[in-house]
Design a protein around this ligand. Structure first.
Ligand SMILES: Cc1cc2nc3c(=O)[nH]c(=O)nc-3n(C[C@H](O)[C@H](O)[C@H](O)COP(=O)(O)OP(=O)(O)OC[C@H]3O[C@@H](n4cnc5c(N)ncnc54)[C@H](O)[C@@H]3O)c2cc1C
Length: 434
């Protein structure tokens, strides 16, 4: 019988781990306390990074990003818009970063192209016309709802069990050994226990608090770095527009469907769910975004949201802008003398596959399963429904055919939040993951 593994958290990290482990033949169950993209994976910029944003000060993150920029586009093309990205210098200070940017991208194997200002302005007429230098980079937009739903659908076909709206509230302990989890269904309040050979804590910004409170484990030190994004309900560019400078506040505008998402800020929070968004940050973001695209100043911010980066704390440095976007695996039998539990912390949505592969290799070695990860080759399952196959597809998924076509062919032109809540209603009303 294969080893039984429980994964806590179905964000990008936990969902990719579930797919990776299930495809290696493990018996996996993922438990998510909320809905799909209820955590940081639904409250981000929406970029499948080229890595160029990190090339100046985080080469490992930059190198991993460009590798998976290609892999994710191949295995999950249905959730990617190949917008491309531009890095723009607006003043002499921005220009002073040119050689650092070029060298960092070269070192990280990120293909960039310097383009002349006139052709950039032809391609993007709303760009500030006093722009001084422009680079093209392979940034893309990713729809995380489709991405994570397809990861879970793929894992489900590989026999993984998906349990949503259910929280891990405690652990089953026998001495120093973790033998499973205690769970609470957040819809009904019902509690139960699930046994496992190994528990993987992939709960993102909640990772350190969960095991500190329930097990007294203090080995994971994190920086919970929140970032606010302001959304204007109009799209003005084909490309993602980045400011040419080291990562800082208000340096990205992402065209997402028909919206423009302006990001972001960085402020430390204690609790990933309880913090206030400073209203001044929203006007700051609009002002900073309109330095790159002046037209943004003419439209109202229609909504805003904030997510929390689950960053690893390294040394005394609590400047979350400088903190690495790297990730780390904690084997608690080594760090805390607690057997049967592993945590993974850090990273980015764009590198979730690489994180899953590394922890999958680690678990495989630990449990004696030498199967290699195949997730760079497995196309994620996203049924392409048409009038010819809809009956068969609906039958194979035990779904109503009208629901299926509505959910899978949801049209562009809706805002991210509309699309998300419609799809969630549909998912739950028809119990796709039951
Ligand atoms: C402002 C901002 C912008 C960003 N922009 C980008 C970007 O453009 N591109 C990019 O690649 N990355 C970006 N990131 C980073 C990226 O969003 C995160 O690194 C990634 O989404 C984290 O995924 P995760 O699965 O680790 O965490 P999450 O998505 O938060 O998933 C963790 C899950 O665990 C669940 N959970 C917690 N506790 C429990 C429990 N007790 N029981 C059951 N479930 C539990 C939570 O509900 C949550 O769904 C951005 C981050 C921020 C904050």
């Amino acid at each position: 019988m294969s080893d039984k593994i429980i994964v806590i958290g179905a964000g990008a990290t936990g969902s990719f781990i579930t797919h990776d482990l299930a495809s290696r033949g493990f018996d996996v169950t993922v438990i998510e306390k909320g809905n799909i993209i209820g955590g940081t994976s639904g409250k981000f910029h929406g970029m499948l990074h080229s890595g160029a944003r990190y090339a100046m000060n985080d080469v490992k993150a930059a190198q991993e990003s460009i590798i998976d920029n290609k892999v994710i586009s191949e295995i999950a093309s249905f959730c990617i818009e190949n917008t491309g990205g531009l890095f723009v210098a607006l003043n002499d200070q921005d220009l002073s970063f040119q050689s650092k940017f070029e060298n960092g991208c070269k070192q990280s194997n990120i293909p960039i192209e310097s383009i002349n200002v006139e052709s950039a302005l032809k391609e993007e007429p709303f760009l500030n016309n006093s722009v001084k230098a422009v680079y093209r980079v392979p940034d893309k937009v990713i729809n995380s709802f489709r991405f994570i739903t397809s990861l879970l659908l793929t894992a489900k076909r590989e026999s993984a069990k998906i349990i949503l709206n259910t929280e891990v509230v405690d652990f089953i302990k026998e001495g120093n050994n973790i033998k499973g989890v205690k769970i609470k269904n957040n819809n009904t309040g019902e509690t139960s226990e699930l046994k496992a050979d190994l528990v993987v804590n992939a709960s993102g910004a909640w990772a350190s608090k969960l095991i500190d409170e329930k097990l007294g484990i203090k080995s994971i030190e994190m920086i919970l770095s929140a970032g606010t994004m302001a959304v204007i309900n109009r799209r003005f560019t084909k490309h993602i527009i980045n400011r040419l400078r080291e990562p800082s506040d208000g340096d990205i505008v992402v065209p997402f469907f028909n919206d423009s998402i302006i990001g972001t800020t960085a402020f430390i929070v204690d609790d990933p769910q309880k913090f206030d968004i400073d209203k001044e940050d929203i006007s700051f973001l609009q002002k900073a975004g309109s330095e790159m695209l002046p037209i943004l100043a003419n439209y109202p911010v229609s909504r805003h949201y904030a997510g929390v980066r689950p960053l690893i704390a390294v040394g005394e440095n609590d400047d979350s802008r400088k903190a690495s976007r790297d990730f780390k695996i904690f084997d608690h039998s080594v760090t805390d003398n607690v057997n049967g539990m592993i945590s993974i912390v850090g990273g980015k949505l764009s590198t979730a596959r690489i994180m899953a592969k590394e922890i999958g290799d680690f678990i495989g070695n630990k449990l004696g399963n030498k199967t290699e990860s195949k997730t760079d080759k497995i196309k994620l399952y996203w049924p392409q429904v048409n009038s010819e196959n809809i009956d068969e597809m609906a039958k194979s998924l035990s779904l109503d055919k009208n629901f299926l076509s509505e959910m899978l062919n949801e049209s562009a032109g809706k805002t991210y939040s509309d699309m998300y809540s419609n799809a969630m209603d549909l998912l739950y009303s028809r119990r796709l993951f039951k």
